[in-house]
Design a protein. Structure first.
Length: 208
């Protein structure tokens, strides 16, 4: 890669980081201004357009990054699960690690998931759908490996992801002690969903 191309990537990264750094529990992406972002990144406002058409395009790039980072981390979790077992406990611990390292990315996805921009809502939904699809595949595989029945893995995955996102929102600004308590609660709730699905599958099989 040429030096010029590397510099362009660094500047693009600086703009994305500058936007993320200004997000907080009290401030959403929609309140950011181009001038604020470029000042934080240390570049002239006119240079912004060499990297993004507008702030919305920058935001969409962040949504994509947030989704990719979460999926990559959960793929790593699968390796831990294969080694240590306990799929739910390992997945929740891994998700909380993601939350700790990517708090503002998750804030962005949470807000824009139900925000006013249809473009953002569609982008976040696409990322969540990717995550749900991978989780559904995992659930089907784990059930098969353990010789257990599972009723509608896709619906189970959607329920789990909705729960995780809701609890993740609560964990964002929680104290370390509160976050540990939330982890315990989330693991229990996820097990209840999973056991409920297995029980339903057994009941449905008994009706056939």
């Amino acid at each position: 890669m040429s030096t010029r191309a590397e510099q362009k990537l660094r500047t693009r990264r600086a703009l994305m980081d500058a936007a993320l750094n200004q997000l907080s529990s009290d401030r959403g992406f929609g309140s950011l201004s181009l001038r604020e972002v470029t000042r934080e990144a240390g570049i002239a406002p006119t240079s912004f357009y060499r990297h993004f058409d507008d702030l919305d395009e920058l935001g969409l790039a962040l949504v994509d990054e947030g989704g990719v980072a979460l999926r990559q981390l959960m793929r790593q979790a699968r390796k831990r699960i294969a080694r240590d077992g306990s799929a739910i406990a390992t997945s929740v611990d891994t998700f909380m690690e993601y939350l700790g390292n990517n708090a503002n990315l998750f804030r962005l996805m949470l807000r824009e998931r139900t925000g006013v921009s249809k473009t953002f809502r569609t982008a976040v939904k696409a990322e969540i759908d990717h995550f749900v699809a991978e989780l559904a595949d995992d659930l089907d595989r784990f059930a098969e490996e353990q010789g257990k029945l599972l009723s509608d893995a896709r619906l189970v995955a959607e329920s789990m992801v909705t729960l995780v996102f809701n609890q993740g929102a609560e964990a964002l600004d929680a104290t370390p002690r509160e976050r540990e308590e939330l982890k315990v609660k989330l693991k229990t709730e996820l097990r209840m969903i999973l056991v409920g699905s297995q029980t339903l599958a057994q009941w449905q099989q008994g009706l056939d």
